[in-house]
Design a protein. Structure first.
Ligand SMILES: [Zn+2]
Length: 131
């Protein structure tokens, strides 16, 4: 491959990278706007109140953008954009939310337990028996 085409390829890759970063920045919620943030809640309704609180706390940290929330191995996982020096504060907010989700039923938000039946999940007694 010639030098020119390699450079062209690199420039193209960089441009596409920047587009991805820009798209993520646009999708991120920096101001605690719950209507927009909720579009990124890929978890049961029982966890939405926990995430609402997290998004509001995130809004108090400058340049911190909430992206989405998922469940992994029964626990809450949050993704966000941040490039600053308050990582410890963010970790603490995230840890608090994850701890709350660990005892909140994914469906209804009532007191729940993490258990493994086929895979790890958090459910209240009622929703454990409904599944
Ligand atoms: Zn429940």
């Amino acid at each position: 491959m010639g030098k020119v085409s390699q450079e062209a390829k690199r420039a193209k890759m960089q441009a596409s990278n920047e587009r991805v970063v820009e798209a993520r920045r646009k999708a991120a919620v920096y101001d605690g706007d719950l209507t927009r943030a909720r579009e990124g809640y890929h978890v049961g309704a029982g966890w939405h109140a926990i995430l609402d609180d997290l998004v509001k706390e995130f809004a108090e940290i400058e340049n911190l953008g909430f992206l989405a929330a998922h469940e992994k191995s029964g626990g809450l996982r949050v993704s966000y954009l941040y490039d600053g020096d308050r990582q410890t504060d963010i970790d603490a907010i995230e840890k608090r939310a994850a701890a709350r989700a660990l005892v909140a039923c994914w469906y209804c938000g009532q007191l729940g337990k993490l258990r493994q039946e086929r895979w790890w999940r958090v459910r209240c007694e009622e929703h454990w028996s409904a599944e």
